[in-house]
Design a protein around this ligand. Structure first.
Ligand SMILES: Cc1cc2nc3c(=O)[nH]c(=O)nc-3n(C[C@H](O)[C@H](O)[C@H](O)COP(=O)(O)O)c2cc1C
Length: 221
């Protein structure tokens, strides 16, 4: 698969099949993804890959917390600025409309939206999950490095025929994730990523993107 095809075909998959991940695929992807760039090559990411019984346990515990109406864990970082300004606010709203509209959930039905969002904590049925942590002291450039690492992972997964969904949702249950992966205390959970083969049944609309002129400026003569 060429890089353009990997980029084009990657999308946030929210329905995975139970087809097992072939032996060695995740090791190949993670070994290659180690080549992701980082400022001064400090490689600030700490990835935990969870499968099998520990993943089943994590999904079970998260499901129990949801069912009990447990509050989210204390936020270790701000997921969005408190007042998202234009045009980001509109893009976020358009995403919500599309995501929940595709499920037939109207804008005002917050409860139904929350029910749909609950699938995050079942990893959308995926058989594997990756959790990306950073040292608490790391700054914006290092969080950006982690993003490059994660995107590299997601593109390499495409080369294996696999799909993914990056999920900040898991940061809301970071204590439950920590019970399973036992990270050192100085690490902060940035996000999870569900990994597996896409379930072809649910039709997921593809997200659009802002016109190039809104996000890229070519400065030339
Ligand atoms: C850092 C990050 C966190 C995300 N968190 C979630 C999440 O918690 N749940 C979810 O369903 N999608 C999540 N997404 C997926 C985005 O909604 C998705 O990438 C975006 O809408 C663009 O769609 P596409 O990836 O299908 O092209 C996240 C994406 C990123 C990069």
């Amino acid at each position: 698969m060429d890089v353009y095809e990997a980029v084009r075909s990657r999308h946030a998959v929210r329905g995975f099949s139970d087809r097992p991940i072939p032996d060695g695929a995740l090791e190949r992807v993670l070994s290659a993804a180690a080549q992701a760039p980082s400022a001064s090559n400090i490689q600030p990411w700490h990835a935990y890959v969870v499968t099998g019984a520990p993943l089943a346990q994590l999904k079970k515990r998260a499901g129990e917390r949801l069912a009990a109406g447990d509050p989210w864990d204390d936020a270790e970082y701000e997921q969005y600025p408190p007042a998202l300004k234009s045009p980001y606010r509109e893009r976020r709203a358009a995403f919500g409309e599309q995501r929940y509209g595709a499920l037939g959930i109207p804008r005002e039905d917050l409860e139904a939206r929350q029910r749909a969002a609950a699938a995050n904590w079942d990893c959308f049925g995926a058989p594997a999950a990756l959790f990306c942590y950073l040292d608490r002291g790391m700054g914006k450039p290092q969080w950006s490095d982690a993003g490059m690492f994660l995107q590299t992972v997601m593109l390499l997964l495409r080369a294996e025929g696999l799909h993914s969904c990056p999920q900040m949702a898991w940061a809301k249950f970071h204590r439950t994730v920590a019970e399973i992966v036992s990270p050192p205390g100085e690490l902060v959970l940035f996000c999870g990523m569900s990994i597996g083969f896409e379930d072809p049944a649910p039709v997921q609309p593809r997200t659009g993107r802002a016109p190039l002129g809104e996000t890229v400026t070519f400065v030339e003569s």
